[in-house]
Design a protein. Structure first.
Length: 278
């Protein structure tokens, strides 16, 4: 239906309207959740494909609301990106991840890197590096223990600028991973210039390994990565046969439900303890 407003017509589409309401609700929930500490960090193990041992983990945010239960990142992250709340949420995640890794390090349970997702909005903050320095210092965690995951979209927006930012992070000893590789539009010319350490092959490519074409595609990606001296992580690995294929393709690290879903801090502590007896 349409409502007369001045001499123009405003058209209301029910679906659009409901979406806008939902968006606003989530925006308000996030504002409240930031005040009340409703954002938690879960950890998903990254495993060495040959030894089956833990090499690192990815920090994944969980929005745990008392009234609506857990809201999936797939739902609230895009909204937080639009409203800018992702900056504050991202800092909560980085702070908690540094705090937890420091504890595991002090307890002798883990001495590798924690990977934290960095959104485009955070990446383009003029004081990004000093914000990260402050959080690392506050948690007494050397930058060596941090890895940041960024997507192609984040760096291809302004690649020249991105190279400078990535260099300043890399100079601190922070590792950089290209997340969801292959789903965006990064060019090989730039891939070579970015000071990256790791390339994460998106789950979509891992799922496609059912077909020969799909396997050839992952083979090509791994080859490109290795030619650029990059470490490869396969994402979303669920099946034993995928592990077998990835071994043949020389992919060194895997992450996915096959080994473990993302775990709460306490569950991950138990996981670390179990790893020690292996
Ligand atoms: P992502 O960075 O690509 O993270 C991997 C996602 O795949 C996670 O979803 C993880 O739980 C899921 N996953 C891992 N293994 C498997 C598997 O074997 N099968 C399937 N079906 N899924 C698997 P999650 O935690 O729901 O996060 C979704 C996305 O939200 C992330 O994708 C990332 O883009 C974003 N995100 C999550 N936490 C943060 C954060 O702290 N900051 C920012 N900026 N984004 C975040
Ligand atoms: Ca990621
Ligand atoms: Ca990813
Ligand atoms: Ca993804």
């Amino acid at each position: 239906h349409a409502k007369k407003k001045g001499n123009s017509y405003l058209f209301f589409n029910d679906t659009m309207n409901r979406q806008a309401v939902k968006r606003l609700q989530i925006e308000n929930l996030m504002r409240f959740g930031l005040k009340e500490d409703h954002f938690e960090v879960y950890y998903q193990p990254k495993m060495n494909i040959r030894t089956g041992k833990l090499t690192g983990m990815e920090a994944l945010v969980r929005f745990i609301t008392p009234k609506k239960g857990i809201i999936s990142p797939g739902v609230f992250i895009p909204i937080a990106e639009e409203t800018g709340q992702i900056i504050e949420i991202g800092e909560v995640v980085l702070n908690k991840a540094c705090r937890d890794v420091k504890k595991w390090l002090d307890d002798g349970l883990f001495s590798g890197r924690v990977a934290v997702n960095l959104s485009a909005k955070q990446f383009s903050l003029p004081d990004l590096t000093s914000r990260i320095d402050v959080i690392l210092q506050k948690n007494e965690l050397p930058s060596y223990f941090l890895e940041l995951e960024i997507t192609e979209g984040t760096v291809m927006d302004d690649p020249k600028d991105a190279i400078a930012i990535m260099r300043s992070l890399s100079a601190r000893g922070i590792h950089l991973a290209m997340d969801d590789f292959g789903t965006g539009y990064s060019s090989l010319a730039y891939l070579k210039q970015f000071p990256l350490n790791t390339l994460k092959v998106d789950k979509a490519f891992i799922d496609d390994m059912k077909t020969e074409r799909g396997r050839n595609m992952v083979d090509s990606i791994v080859t490109i990565a290795h030619n650029l001296d990059l470490h490869v992580v396969a994402e979303g690995v669920e099946q034993a046969d995928q592990i077998e294929i990835l071994k043949k393709l020389n992919c060194e690290t895997v992450q996915g439900y096959y080994y473990s879903k993302p775990l709460s801090k306490d569950e991950f502590t138990e996981f670390l303890k179990q790893q020690q007896t292996k």
